[in-house]
Ligand binder design. Structure first.
Ligand SMILES: NC(=O)c1ccc[n+]([C@@H]2O[C@H](COP(=O)([O-])OP(=O)(O)OC[C@H]3O[C@@H](n4cnc5c(N)ncnc54)[C@H](O)[C@@H]3O)[C@@H](O)[C@H]2O)c1
Length: 378
Protein backbone atom coordinates (compact mmCIF):
# COMPACT_ATOMS: atom_id res chain seq x y z
CA UNK A 1 0.00 0.00 0.00
CA UNK A 2 1.04 3.53 -0.77
CA UNK A 3 -0.74 6.46 0.83
CA UNK A 4 -1.63 10.00 -0.23
CA UNK A 5 -2.38 12.20 2.79
CA UNK A 6 -2.42 10.80 6.29
CA UNK A 7 0.64 12.57 7.66
CA UNK A 8 1.14 13.80 11.19
CA UNK A 9 -1.08 16.78 10.19
CA UNK A 10 -4.11 14.56 9.43
CA UNK A 11 -7.02 12.83 11.14
CA UNK A 12 -8.27 9.79 9.23
CA UNK A 13 -5.06 8.54 7.60
CA UNK A 14 -3.80 7.00 10.84
CA UNK A 15 -7.09 5.12 11.25
CA UNK A 16 -6.72 3.78 7.70
CA UNK A 17 -3.19 2.54 8.37
CA UNK A 18 -4.11 0.80 11.62
CA UNK A 19 -7.05 -0.81 9.86
CA UNK A 20 -5.04 -1.86 6.83
CA UNK A 21 -2.45 -3.62 9.01
CA UNK A 22 -4.96 -5.47 11.20
CA UNK A 23 -5.27 -8.68 9.17
CA UNK A 24 -1.66 -9.03 7.99
CA UNK A 25 -2.61 -8.77 4.33
CA UNK A 26 -1.23 -5.28 3.72
CA UNK A 27 1.99 -3.40 4.41
CA UNK A 28 2.79 0.28 3.89
CA UNK A 29 5.62 0.66 1.38
CA UNK A 30 5.49 4.30 0.32
CA UNK A 31 3.59 7.55 0.54
CA UNK A 32 3.18 11.23 -0.03
CA UNK A 33 1.72 11.89 3.38
CA UNK A 34 1.10 15.63 3.32
CA UNK A 35 0.68 18.65 1.13
CA UNK A 36 3.75 19.93 3.03
CA UNK A 37 6.85 18.00 1.81
CA UNK A 38 8.59 18.39 5.18
CA UNK A 39 5.63 16.85 6.99
CA UNK A 40 5.48 14.08 4.38
CA UNK A 41 9.16 13.37 5.04
CA UNK A 42 8.96 13.39 8.85
CA UNK A 43 5.75 11.32 8.78
CA UNK A 44 7.29 8.73 6.47
CA UNK A 45 10.32 8.57 8.76
CA UNK A 46 8.10 7.93 11.80
CA UNK A 47 6.33 5.16 9.85
CA UNK A 48 9.77 3.50 9.35
CA UNK A 49 9.78 3.88 5.58
CA UNK A 50 13.07 4.19 3.68
CA UNK A 51 13.70 7.79 2.58
CA UNK A 52 13.53 6.91 -1.11
CA UNK A 53 9.92 5.73 -0.76
CA UNK A 54 8.65 8.94 0.87
CA UNK A 55 7.65 11.47 -1.75
CA UNK A 56 7.09 15.23 -1.83
CA UNK A 57 4.13 15.06 -4.24
CA UNK A 58 1.77 12.31 -5.35
CA UNK A 59 2.73 12.98 -8.97
CA UNK A 60 6.33 12.11 -8.08
CA UNK A 61 5.16 9.07 -6.14
CA UNK A 62 3.28 7.56 -9.08
CA UNK A 63 6.12 8.22 -11.53
CA UNK A 64 8.83 6.80 -9.26
CA UNK A 65 6.79 3.78 -8.17
CA UNK A 66 6.19 2.92 -11.84
CA UNK A 67 9.95 2.64 -12.33
CA UNK A 68 10.26 -0.07 -9.66
CA UNK A 69 9.89 -3.75 -10.41
CA UNK A 70 6.41 -5.22 -9.92
CA UNK A 71 7.39 -7.02 -6.73
CA UNK A 72 8.81 -3.81 -5.24
CA UNK A 73 6.28 -1.17 -6.14
CA UNK A 74 3.00 -0.58 -4.36
CA UNK A 75 -0.01 -2.59 -5.53
CA UNK A 76 -2.58 -0.03 -4.50
CA UNK A 77 -2.88 3.47 -3.12
CA UNK A 78 -5.01 4.69 -0.25
CA UNK A 79 -6.11 8.31 -0.76
CA UNK A 80 -7.05 10.17 2.42
CA UNK A 81 -6.83 13.81 1.37
CA UNK A 82 -9.52 16.53 1.48
CA UNK A 83 -12.26 15.99 -1.14
CA UNK A 84 -10.74 18.37 -3.72
CA UNK A 85 -7.68 16.09 -3.97
CA UNK A 86 -9.43 12.74 -4.43
CA UNK A 87 -9.96 12.67 -8.17
CA UNK A 88 -6.56 13.54 -9.57
CA UNK A 89 -4.51 11.02 -7.56
CA UNK A 90 -7.20 8.34 -8.00
CA UNK A 91 -7.22 8.85 -11.78
CA UNK A 92 -3.42 8.90 -11.95
CA UNK A 93 -3.33 5.64 -9.99
CA UNK A 94 -5.87 3.86 -12.20
CA UNK A 95 -4.15 5.07 -15.38
CA UNK A 96 -0.92 3.50 -14.12
CA UNK A 97 -2.49 0.19 -13.13
CA UNK A 98 -2.76 0.71 -9.37
CA UNK A 99 -5.88 -0.28 -7.43
CA UNK A 100 -7.39 2.42 -5.20
CA UNK A 101 -8.88 2.84 -1.75
CA UNK A 102 -10.54 6.22 -1.48
CA UNK A 103 -12.34 7.98 1.33
CA UNK A 104 -15.77 9.53 0.89
CA UNK A 105 -17.24 11.51 -0.75
CA UNK A 106 -15.53 9.81 -3.68
CA UNK A 107 -14.85 13.02 -5.60
CA UNK A 108 -15.36 16.77 -5.56
CA UNK A 109 -17.96 16.72 -8.36
CA UNK A 110 -20.38 14.29 -10.01
CA UNK A 111 -18.54 14.65 -13.33
CA UNK A 112 -15.34 13.43 -11.69
CA UNK A 113 -17.24 10.50 -10.18
CA UNK A 114 -18.50 9.41 -13.61
CA UNK A 115 -14.96 9.69 -15.00
CA UNK A 116 -13.62 7.42 -12.24
CA UNK A 117 -16.41 4.92 -12.86
CA UNK A 118 -15.51 4.85 -16.56
CA UNK A 119 -11.83 4.36 -15.79
CA UNK A 120 -12.52 1.53 -13.31
CA UNK A 121 -14.68 -0.20 -15.91
CA UNK A 122 -12.05 0.25 -18.65
CA UNK A 123 -9.14 -0.98 -16.54
CA UNK A 124 -10.86 -3.71 -14.50
CA UNK A 125 -9.01 -2.40 -11.44
CA UNK A 126 -10.60 -2.42 -8.00
CA UNK A 127 -11.70 0.72 -6.18
CA UNK A 128 -12.95 0.58 -2.58
CA UNK A 129 -14.70 3.49 -0.91
CA UNK A 130 -14.54 3.72 2.88
CA UNK A 131 -18.17 4.21 3.88
CA UNK A 132 -17.16 2.62 7.15
CA UNK A 133 -20.53 2.41 8.87
CA UNK A 134 -21.72 -0.28 6.47
CA UNK A 135 -18.76 -2.42 7.56
CA UNK A 136 -19.74 -2.96 11.20
CA UNK A 137 -20.75 -6.57 11.95
CA UNK A 138 -24.06 -5.54 13.56
CA UNK A 139 -24.92 -3.65 10.37
CA UNK A 140 -24.22 -6.81 8.34
CA UNK A 141 -26.68 -8.56 10.68
CA UNK A 142 -29.21 -5.76 10.16
CA UNK A 143 -29.31 -6.67 6.47
CA UNK A 144 -30.27 -10.22 7.44
CA UNK A 145 -32.71 -9.15 10.15
CA UNK A 146 -34.58 -6.90 7.75
CA UNK A 147 -36.02 -10.10 6.28
CA UNK A 148 -38.01 -10.57 9.51
CA UNK A 149 -39.66 -7.17 9.32
CA UNK A 150 -42.23 -7.91 6.63
CA UNK A 151 -42.76 -5.24 4.01
CA UNK A 152 -40.62 -2.25 4.91
CA UNK A 153 -42.37 1.05 5.58
CA UNK A 154 -40.24 3.64 7.36
CA UNK A 155 -36.54 4.51 7.73
CA UNK A 156 -35.05 7.06 10.13
CA UNK A 157 -31.34 7.71 9.73
CA UNK A 158 -29.59 10.33 11.84
CA UNK A 159 -26.03 11.59 12.07
CA UNK A 160 -25.63 14.28 14.74
CA UNK A 161 -22.30 15.98 15.48
CA UNK A 162 -21.72 19.22 17.39
CA UNK A 163 -18.10 20.11 16.66
CA UNK A 164 -18.92 22.84 14.10
CA UNK A 165 -21.41 24.70 16.32
CA UNK A 166 -18.96 27.60 16.35
CA UNK A 167 -16.86 28.95 13.49
CA UNK A 168 -13.74 27.08 14.58
CA UNK A 169 -12.48 27.06 10.99
CA UNK A 170 -11.39 30.68 11.50
CA UNK A 171 -8.97 29.62 14.24
CA UNK A 172 -6.89 27.64 11.71
CA UNK A 173 -4.87 24.53 12.46
CA UNK A 174 -7.85 22.19 12.22
CA UNK A 175 -9.59 20.22 9.49
CA UNK A 176 -12.76 22.30 9.80
CA UNK A 177 -11.06 24.68 7.33
CA UNK A 178 -11.38 22.66 4.15
CA UNK A 179 -14.68 21.08 5.26
CA UNK A 180 -16.39 24.50 5.38
CA UNK A 181 -14.78 25.84 2.19
CA UNK A 182 -16.79 25.01 -0.96
CA UNK A 183 -13.60 25.30 -3.04
CA UNK A 184 -12.09 22.33 -1.17
CA UNK A 185 -15.05 20.30 0.13
CA UNK A 186 -17.40 20.47 -2.90
CA UNK A 187 -20.95 21.74 -3.27
CA UNK A 188 -22.08 20.46 0.11
CA UNK A 189 -20.61 20.78 3.59
CA UNK A 190 -22.34 18.72 6.25
CA UNK A 191 -24.46 16.93 3.64
CA UNK A 192 -21.33 15.76 1.83
CA UNK A 193 -19.18 15.11 4.88
CA UNK A 194 -21.61 13.08 7.00
CA UNK A 195 -24.95 13.17 5.15
CA UNK A 196 -23.42 10.84 2.57
CA UNK A 197 -22.61 8.31 5.32
CA UNK A 198 -26.21 8.43 6.58
CA UNK A 199 -27.66 8.08 3.08
CA UNK A 200 -25.29 5.17 2.29
CA UNK A 201 -26.11 3.35 5.52
CA UNK A 202 -29.84 3.57 4.76
CA UNK A 203 -29.43 2.11 1.26
CA UNK A 204 -27.00 -0.57 2.46
CA UNK A 205 -29.21 -1.81 5.30
CA UNK A 206 -32.46 -1.81 3.34
CA UNK A 207 -31.15 -2.66 -0.12
CA UNK A 208 -33.44 0.08 -1.46
CA UNK A 209 -32.49 3.11 -3.50
CA UNK A 210 -33.71 6.66 -2.89
CA UNK A 211 -35.75 7.88 -5.85
CA UNK A 212 -36.66 11.42 -4.79
CA UNK A 213 -36.26 13.70 -1.83
CA UNK A 214 -37.47 16.88 -0.22
CA UNK A 215 -34.50 18.48 1.46
CA UNK A 216 -33.37 21.49 3.41
CA UNK A 217 -29.77 22.66 3.81
CA UNK A 218 -28.88 25.34 6.35
CA UNK A 219 -25.74 27.22 7.31
CA UNK A 220 -26.69 28.01 10.90
CA UNK A 221 -23.38 29.52 11.93
CA UNK A 222 -23.25 33.15 10.69
CA UNK A 223 -20.75 33.76 7.89
CA UNK A 224 -20.26 30.10 7.03
CA UNK A 225 -20.51 29.74 3.23
CA UNK A 226 -21.77 26.14 3.20
CA UNK A 227 -24.35 23.98 4.98
CA UNK A 228 -23.64 22.79 8.50
CA UNK A 229 -27.00 21.05 8.84
CA UNK A 230 -29.08 18.91 6.50
CA UNK A 231 -32.52 17.31 6.64
CA UNK A 232 -34.44 15.36 4.03
CA UNK A 233 -37.61 13.41 3.56
CA UNK A 234 -36.67 10.59 1.22
CA UNK A 235 -38.79 8.30 -0.94
CA UNK A 236 -37.20 4.91 -1.60
CA UNK A 237 -38.17 2.20 -4.07
CA UNK A 238 -41.32 0.27 -3.22
CA UNK A 239 -43.05 3.14 -1.43
CA UNK A 240 -40.70 3.04 1.57
CA UNK A 241 -40.29 6.44 3.19
CA UNK A 242 -37.35 7.83 5.09
CA UNK A 243 -36.18 10.81 7.09
CA UNK A 244 -32.49 11.71 7.04
CA UNK A 245 -30.95 14.13 9.48
CA UNK A 246 -27.27 15.09 9.52
CA UNK A 247 -25.97 18.00 11.55
CA UNK A 248 -22.64 19.39 12.68
CA UNK A 249 -24.16 22.06 14.95
CA UNK A 250 -25.97 19.64 17.29
CA UNK A 251 -24.22 20.85 20.46
CA UNK A 252 -23.05 18.06 22.74
CA UNK A 253 -23.29 15.34 20.12
CA UNK A 254 -20.10 13.49 19.17
CA UNK A 255 -20.62 11.03 16.32
CA UNK A 256 -23.69 8.89 16.98
CA UNK A 257 -24.82 7.82 13.54
CA UNK A 258 -28.01 5.84 14.07
CA UNK A 259 -30.51 3.98 11.92
CA UNK A 260 -34.00 2.64 12.60
CA UNK A 261 -36.02 0.69 10.04
CA UNK A 262 -39.64 -0.40 10.50
CA UNK A 263 -41.71 -2.90 8.54
CA UNK A 264 -45.17 -4.39 8.91
CA UNK A 265 -44.00 -6.94 11.49
CA UNK A 266 -41.03 -5.44 13.28
CA UNK A 267 -38.17 -3.00 13.44
CA UNK A 268 -34.38 -2.82 13.72
CA UNK A 269 -32.19 -0.24 15.38
CA UNK A 270 -28.41 0.30 15.45
CA UNK A 271 -26.21 3.16 16.53
CA UNK A 272 -22.47 3.47 16.35
CA UNK A 273 -21.84 4.56 19.93
CA UNK A 274 -23.06 1.09 21.00
CA UNK A 275 -21.87 -0.66 17.84
CA UNK A 276 -21.95 -4.32 18.82
CA UNK A 277 -25.66 -4.53 19.52
CA UNK A 278 -28.42 -4.83 16.95
CA UNK A 279 -31.88 -4.25 18.43
CA UNK A 280 -34.67 -6.22 16.76
CA UNK A 281 -38.24 -5.21 17.62
CA UNK A 282 -41.33 -7.38 17.25
CA UNK A 283 -45.09 -6.83 17.11
CA UNK A 284 -45.92 -9.52 19.63
CA UNK A 285 -42.96 -9.95 21.97
CA UNK A 286 -40.23 -7.96 23.70
CA UNK A 287 -37.31 -6.63 21.69
CA UNK A 288 -34.09 -8.67 21.29
CA UNK A 289 -30.58 -7.29 21.67
CA UNK A 290 -28.29 -9.31 19.39
CA UNK A 291 -24.67 -9.13 20.55
CA UNK A 292 -21.87 -9.33 17.98
CA UNK A 293 -19.47 -12.23 18.59
CA UNK A 294 -22.15 -14.75 19.55
CA UNK A 295 -22.85 -17.98 17.67
CA UNK A 296 -26.37 -16.96 16.73
CA UNK A 297 -25.15 -14.14 14.47
CA UNK A 298 -25.29 -14.72 10.72
CA UNK A 299 -22.30 -15.68 8.58
CA UNK A 300 -21.88 -12.15 7.18
CA UNK A 301 -21.56 -10.69 10.69
CA UNK A 302 -19.18 -13.50 11.72
CA UNK A 303 -16.93 -12.92 8.71
CA UNK A 304 -16.57 -9.30 9.80
CA UNK A 305 -15.97 -10.04 13.52
CA UNK A 306 -12.59 -10.73 15.11
CA UNK A 307 -13.27 -11.23 18.83
CA UNK A 308 -15.75 -13.27 20.91
CA UNK A 309 -18.89 -11.64 22.34
CA UNK A 310 -18.27 -8.98 24.98
CA UNK A 311 -14.80 -8.07 23.66
CA UNK A 312 -15.57 -4.72 22.03
CA UNK A 313 -14.87 -4.05 18.36
CA UNK A 314 -15.44 -0.73 16.71
CA UNK A 315 -14.44 1.94 14.22
CA UNK A 316 -10.95 0.73 13.34
CA UNK A 317 -12.11 -2.88 12.96
CA UNK A 318 -14.89 -1.72 10.61
CA UNK A 319 -12.31 0.07 8.44
CA UNK A 320 -10.24 -3.13 8.64
CA UNK A 321 -13.19 -5.11 7.25
CA UNK A 322 -13.16 -2.93 4.15
CA UNK A 323 -9.37 -3.20 3.76
CA UNK A 324 -9.35 -6.99 4.34
CA UNK A 325 -12.21 -7.59 1.89
CA UNK A 326 -10.62 -5.27 -0.68
CA UNK A 327 -7.21 -6.98 -0.31
CA UNK A 328 -8.70 -10.47 -0.70
CA UNK A 329 -10.61 -9.30 -3.77
CA UNK A 330 -7.52 -7.76 -5.36
CA UNK A 331 -5.45 -10.90 -4.64
CA UNK A 332 -8.13 -13.25 -6.01
CA UNK A 333 -8.52 -11.20 -9.18
CA UNK A 334 -4.74 -11.03 -9.65
CA UNK A 335 -4.69 -14.86 -9.62
CA UNK A 336 -7.54 -14.95 -12.14
CA UNK A 337 -9.94 -16.30 -9.51
CA UNK A 338 -13.41 -15.15 -8.56
CA UNK A 339 -13.40 -13.37 -5.15
CA UNK A 340 -15.67 -14.90 -2.49
CA UNK A 341 -19.04 -13.20 -1.93
CA UNK A 342 -17.99 -11.93 1.52
CA UNK A 343 -14.76 -10.55 0.05
CA UNK A 344 -16.76 -8.48 -2.44
CA UNK A 345 -18.77 -6.87 0.35
CA UNK A 346 -17.24 -3.38 0.37
CA UNK A 347 -18.42 -0.06 -1.12
CA UNK A 348 -17.21 0.48 -4.69
CA UNK A 349 -17.03 3.14 -7.36
CA UNK A 350 -20.79 2.72 -7.91
CA UNK A 351 -21.50 3.70 -4.28
CA UNK A 352 -19.19 6.65 -4.88
CA UNK A 353 -21.17 7.77 -7.93
CA UNK A 354 -24.45 7.48 -6.00
CA UNK A 355 -22.90 9.47 -3.15
CA UNK A 356 -22.16 12.33 -5.52
CA UNK A 357 -25.67 11.99 -6.95
CA UNK A 358 -27.00 12.31 -3.39
CA UNK A 359 -25.00 15.53 -2.97
CA UNK A 360 -26.27 16.92 -6.30
CA UNK A 361 -29.86 16.06 -5.42
CA UNK A 362 -29.82 17.47 -1.92
CA UNK A 363 -28.07 20.66 -3.02
CA UNK A 364 -30.70 21.09 -5.76
CA UNK A 365 -33.51 20.55 -3.26
CA UNK A 366 -31.94 22.06 -0.20
CA UNK A 367 -32.06 25.77 -0.96
CA UNK A 368 -35.22 25.86 -3.07
CA UNK A 369 -38.40 26.57 -1.12
CA UNK A 370 -40.58 26.55 -4.24
CA UNK A 371 -40.44 22.85 -5.05
CA UNK A 372 -41.27 20.00 -2.74
CA UNK A 373 -39.98 16.78 -4.33
CA UNK A 374 -36.78 16.61 -6.38
CA UNK A 375 -36.04 13.53 -8.47
CA UNK A 376 -32.73 11.77 -7.78
CA UNK A 377 -30.14 13.41 -10.09
CA UNK A 378 -28.33 11.02 -12.45
N1 LIG B 1 -14.85 7.41 6.34
C1 LIG B 1 -14.84 8.19 7.38
O1 LIG B 1 -15.42 7.87 8.42
C2 LIG B 1 -14.08 9.49 7.33
C3 LIG B 1 -13.75 10.16 8.51
C4 LIG B 1 -13.00 11.33 8.42
C5 LIG B 1 -12.62 11.84 7.19
N2 LIG B 1 -13.00 11.17 6.06
C6 LIG B 1 -12.59 11.68 4.73
O2 LIG B 1 -11.17 11.53 4.63
C7 LIG B 1 -10.61 12.60 3.90
C8 LIG B 1 -9.54 13.28 4.76
O3 LIG B 1 -10.16 13.80 5.94
P1 LIG B 1 -9.30 14.20 7.24
O4 LIG B 1 -10.28 14.58 8.27
O5 LIG B 1 -8.30 13.17 7.55
O6 LIG B 1 -8.56 15.52 6.68
P2 LIG B 1 -7.27 16.22 7.31
O7 LIG B 1 -7.33 17.64 6.87
O8 LIG B 1 -7.16 15.92 8.77
O9 LIG B 1 -6.04 15.48 6.57
C9 LIG B 1 -5.81 15.64 5.19
C10 LIG B 1 -4.41 15.14 4.85
O10 LIG B 1 -4.24 15.23 3.43
C11 LIG B 1 -2.99 15.90 3.18
N3 LIG B 1 -3.04 16.53 1.86
C12 LIG B 1 -3.81 17.58 1.44
N4 LIG B 1 -3.56 17.84 0.15
C13 LIG B 1 -2.61 16.96 -0.26
C14 LIG B 1 -1.93 16.74 -1.49
N5 LIG B 1 -2.17 17.48 -2.56
N6 LIG B 1 -1.01 15.73 -1.52
C15 LIG B 1 -0.75 14.97 -0.44
N7 LIG B 1 -1.38 15.12 0.74
C16 LIG B 1 -2.28 16.12 0.82
C17 LIG B 1 -2.86 16.89 4.33
O11 LIG B 1 -1.54 17.41 4.44
C18 LIG B 1 -3.27 15.97 5.47
O12 LIG B 1 -2.20 15.10 5.79
C19 LIG B 1 -11.77 13.50 3.50
O13 LIG B 1 -12.20 13.20 2.20
C20 LIG B 1 -12.86 13.15 4.50
O14 LIG B 1 -14.17 13.35 3.99
C21 LIG B 1 -13.71 10.03 6.12
Amino acid sequence: MGMVGGGSDAFIGAIHRRAAFMDNQIELVCGCFSVDPEISKSSGHSYYLPENRVYATYQEMFEREMQLSADQRMDFVSIVTPNKWHFEPAMMALERGFHVVLDKPMTFSLEEAYALQKKVEETGLTLALTHVYSAFPAVKEARIARGELGKLRRIYVEYPQGWLAERIELQGGNNAGWRTDPKRSGKAGCAGDIGTHAWHLSEYVTGLKVQELCGELTAFVPGRPIDDDCTAFMRYEGGVKGVLMASQIAVGEANDIRIRVYGEKGGIEWHVEDPNILIVKHLDRPEEHLLVGNGYMGDEAKWNTRTPGGHPEGFIEAFANIYRNFALTVMARSRGEKPCADCLDFPTVYDGVRGLQFIETIVKAGYDDTQKWVKWVE
